[in-house]
Design a protein around this ligand. Structure first.
Ligand SMILES: CC(=O)CC(=O)C(=O)O
Ligand SMILES: [Mg+2]
Length: 220
């Protein structure tokens, strides 16, 4: 095993994303709730960190923000049981699942995969590693928020996930081997909306004991 979880972005081989995991978000897009977790991936080339920009490809014009809690895996694991799920979590991070919404819904109509509209370069703006002793969303809900140009868009709580974090690890690890540094994005709460070039996105996590983490990205 090489690399520490503090630099998970440089050792991460898989960004596994969960979609439609909050009812209010499913309703805002008129989608149908999945009966098992809806899983897709972004390549690690999607990562972008402060102070770099989120770059909208020149021919796209409906990029949406989605604020999400990231779960960072601390060891290789397969077929994890619900009881073992917590011991495979090394920590957390704040992440955005940037999505070209118009292309996504064209792809949905045609039955195409979401890789391009969700996995383009800079589609995964990501914050620093957050240790398990700083937040524990398994026992206490954390607040995820996001503002665009100072205007609040997302203000959600991880307690509202349809599939809780342990259930996601059980489900994913039944089919895909998870490895040290892998990142699971757990889905967005309601509030998704468009950003354009020149906008500034601020996003944060608030947890118990006054824990606060925030990050800022310009869109270009
Ligand atoms: C409709 C979506 O883009 C699903 C998704 O990514 C989510 O977080 O929900
Ligand atoms: Mg998402």
């Amino acid at each position: 095993m090489t690399g520490t979880l503090e630099n998970f972005r440089s050792i991460c081989t898989k960004i596994i994303c969960v979609g439609r995991n909050y009812s209010e978000h499913i309703n805002e897009l008129g989608d149908v709730a999945p009966t098992t977790p809806l899983i897709f991936m972004k390549p690690p080339s999607a990562f972008v960190i402060e102070p770099n920009d989120i770059k909208i490809p020149s021919d796209w014009d409906e990029l949406h923000h989605e604020v999400e809690l990231g779960v960072i895996i601390n060891k290789k694991c397969q077929n994890v049981s619900k009881e073992q799920a917590e011991e495979n979590i090394g920590g957390y991070c704040l992440a955005l699942d940037m999505t070209e919404r118009k292309i996504q819904y064209d792809f949905i109509k045609q039955g195409y995969p979401w890789l391009l509209c969700k996995g383009f370069d800079t589609s995964c703006p990501c914050g620093n590693f957050i240790d398990k002793n700083q937040i524990n969303p398994l026992s206490s809900s954390v607040n995820l928020w996001l503002r665009v140009n100072g205007q609040m868009r997302h203000d959600g709580h991880t307690r509202d996930m349809i599939f809780a974090i342990p259930d996601l690890i059980v489900y994913i690890s039944k089919y895909i081997t998870l490895e040290h540094g892998d990142l699971i994005l757990t889905g967005t709460p309601a509030g998704v909306g468009p950003v354009k070039r020149g906008d500034q996105i601020e996003a944060g996590i608030n947890g118990e004991n006054n824990f606060k983490y925030a990050m800022k990205f310009n869109v270009s």
